[in-house]
Design a protein around this ligand. Structure first.
Ligand code: KG4
Ligand code: ZN
Length: 340
């Protein structure tokens, strides 16, 4: 029997320091996540310098804990993996330094992982990915439709032209007095409120798979300002429900178009916004009869190192190793393809 491949994985692209041990790309032996949300909340968003400092403080502790919880020693490892982009450069560098130091000291191959590939391969920790797959990546920094035609073969079909969907949730939340990150609360309010405002469905008149969320965000903000000026009190729950219905309609419609053009065996929903209950429900309703819809569990939707270990296994099998010169690439991306 082939020996199990144990990968020690690092994720530090934004405001979570995470270290995990993943077996054969499918089994999470440990997944330590140190979140910094409290430190950034008072600023209403992630402050890069603050994030880097936290990563420095947390990374060694998280590494020790990940190995201990997995009951794995350095000698048992097959490789070390790390997110090298996209993300905040200072934050990425801390993970890279940690991974490189271990790779060098223990003579282990180093694997550089694209953060988005990690989000998509979180699905592999739930059920084996079936190819071709379609991935809807929705997070605080990304909104993308990605076709995965074979292991590790990604093509972006649609992207956001401005704000990412999670960013829009956070900005609208801020206007409604909700602490960062606001997605979860907006989601809870949306379940109580009604879609009474009917905000414009942006980009649905255009024949492409791109997204735009800044117009919707502005429409919500204008509605709130206007009500303030005329002394009217708006029902925040209805605003949340109207905003969320709008966003979900756009995400679902563009996913439908993508699947019509590129049929797939699986739809993978990835990233922090994949936690959204309304989105989960609508995507199931629309697509579950046609193909398998995979939502990673909530703890694997947000940033975590287990997803990095899951994708690193694909690169390990292909012997796609990095040298110690691997650098952070804050705007690392996949290839693009335009819908004709
Ligand atoms: O993937 P993630 O943890 O970090 C990034 O790589 O961006 O995503 C964080 C984003 C935040 O914008 C947060 O507000 C949003 O995910 N989020 C949600 C929900 N839970 C988290 N958005 C909508 N509904 C939710 N239930
Ligand atoms: Zn992320």
């Amino acid at each position: 029997m082939a020996k199990d491949v144990l990968i020690l994985a690092f994720e530090s692209s934004c405001d979570e320091t995470s270290v995990a041990v993943v077996k054969n790309g499918r089994e999470v032996l440990s997944n330590i996540i140190a979140t910094q949300i409290k430190s950034h909340q008072r600023f209403g968003g992630v402050v890069p310098e603050v994030a880097s400092r936290h990563h420095v403080q947390q990374i060694i502790h998280c590494t020790d804990l990940a190995l201990k919880q997995a009951q794995v020693a350095y000698e048992d490892l097959a490789a070390v993996a790390v997110t090298y982009g996209p993300g905040l450069v200072g934050s990425l560098l801390i993970g890279l330094m940690g991974a490189k130091a271990i790779s060098w000291a223990h003579d282990l191959p180093l694997i550089g992982v694209n953060h988005l590939a990690g989000h998509i391969y979180a699905a592999n920790l739930v059920t084996p990915i079936k190819y071709p797959a379609m991935a809807l990546v929705v997070s605080g920094g990304h909104t993308e439709l990605v076709r995965v035609s074979a292991p590790g073969d990604f093509v972006i079909l649609g992207d956001t032209r401005d704000d990412a969907v999670g960013e829009a949730f956070d900005k609208v939340g801020r206007m409604l007095g909700v602490n960062y990150p606001a997605g979860k609360t907006i989601d809870q309010w949306a379940q109580i409120g009604q879609d009474t405002f009917n905000f414009p469905r942006a980009m649905l008149e255009e024949d492409n798979l791109d997204f735009s969320f800044s117009g919707i965000k502005s429409a919500v903000i204008n509605t709130i300002h206007h009500a303030d000026q005329i002394g009217q009190t708006l029902n925040k729950k209805d605003i949340a429900a109207s905003f969320q219905a709008d966003v979900i309609d756009i995400l679902v419609t563009k996913t439908k178009w993508a699947l019509e053009k590129y049929p797939a065996q699986q739809l993978i929903v990835a990233g922090g916004v994949a936690a959204n209950s309304g989105l989960r429900q609508r995507l199931q309703q629309e697509f579950a009869q046609q193909l398998e819809v995979v939502f990673p569990p909530l703890r694997l939707c947000g940033d975590n190192a287990a997803m990095i270990g899951a994708f690193a296994y694909i690169k390990y099998q292909k012997h796609q190793f990095a040298t110690l010169n691997l650098n952070a690439d804050p705007s690392l991306d996949f290839d693009y393809e335009t819908l004709e």
